[in-house]
Design a protein. Structure first.
Length: 200
C-alpha cells in the first residue's frame, strides 16, 4: 500500500465508473489489470484501486515525495474538465489559504532558496531539466504543466545585502475548482522537493 494515501481514497476510486474518471482526468483505464494510467509532470503513474497501490511507470526524474501520491489519487477522484484561467494566484488566495498555509503547512520554498542561493543559472538549469517553460517574472521563473489542467509557476529572486534569496509558487486560479488546500500543499511539497532537491 502507498503509505501516505488513506485506503478510503482507493475504495472511493474503486467504486467510481472508470469511464467517468478517464473523461474528467484525461487518463486511461486497463480493464484487465483494473488500473488507471495517468501522466503527471512528465511521468506516468499506474494506480491500482483494488490493490491500494500507486506505481511510477516512467522514471524521468528523481523519486517523488510521498505526498505526491496523495495528490495523484485525489486528482483522479476530483478532477474536472475546466478551462485554465491564465490568472496566477498564491496559496493565500485559495479559499481558506490564509489560515491553512502557515505553521506545519507553510509551503517549503526554503528547499529551493537554500539550494540555489544566488545561483540563478543553476535554478534555470534545473527548471529546464524538469521541462519548465520560461516566464518573464521575478529574476527567473518557469511554468510547469503538472497535469493538463493544472499549471503552476515557480519564481526565484536572488538575494542581496538587505534580503535573502526567495522562491515562490503560483497557481492558476482554476486550481480552486479542483483541489482542497491540503492537496495543494501535497503538490507544493513535491514541487519544492523536486526543484530544490539533488540531481541524483
Amino acid at each position: 500500500m502507498t503509505k501516505s494515501v488513506d485506503m478510503i481514497y482507493f475504495r472511493e476510486l474503486a467504486a467510481q465508473n472508470p469511464k467517468d474518471i478517464c473523461r474528467r482526468a484525461s487518463c486511461r483505464y486497463d480493464d484487465e489489470k483494473k488500473s488507471y494510467t495517468l501522466s503527471v509532470w512528465g511521468e506516468e503513474y499506474a494506480i491500482y484501486p483494488y490493490e491500494h497501490q500507486i506505481n511510477r511507470i516512467t522514471k524521468n526524474f528523481q523519486r517523488p515525495h510521498e505526498f505526491f501520491y496523495l495528490f495523484i489519487i485525489y486528482y483522479l477522484l476530483k478532477s474536472k474538465r475546466i478551462k485554465i484561467s491564465n490568472e496566477w494566484i498564491s496559496e493565500k488566495d485559495i479559499p481558506g489559504g490564509v489560515t491553512f498555509f502557515r505553521g506545519p503547512h507553510e509551503i517549503p520554498t526554503r528547499f529551493i532558496s537554500s539550494r540555489y542561493k544566488n545561483n540563478i543559472d543553476g535554478f534555470r538549469k534545473k527548471c529546464e531539466q524538469l521541462r519548465g517553460i520560461p516566464l518573464d517574472m521575478a529574476d527567473a521563473a518557469y511554468r510547469f504543466v503538472i497535469t493538463s489542467n493544472i499549471p503552476v509557476a515557480v519564481l526565484y529572486w536572488a538575494g542581496d545585502d538587505d534580503f535573502p534569496p526567495e522562491s515562490k509558487i503560483l497557481y492558476d486560479k482554476s486550481i480552486t475548482e479542483i483541489l482542497m488546500p491540503d492537496i495543494v500543499f501535497a503538490l507544493a511539497v513535491e514541487i519544492c522537493a523536486k526543484i530544490g532537491g539533488s540531481d541524483g
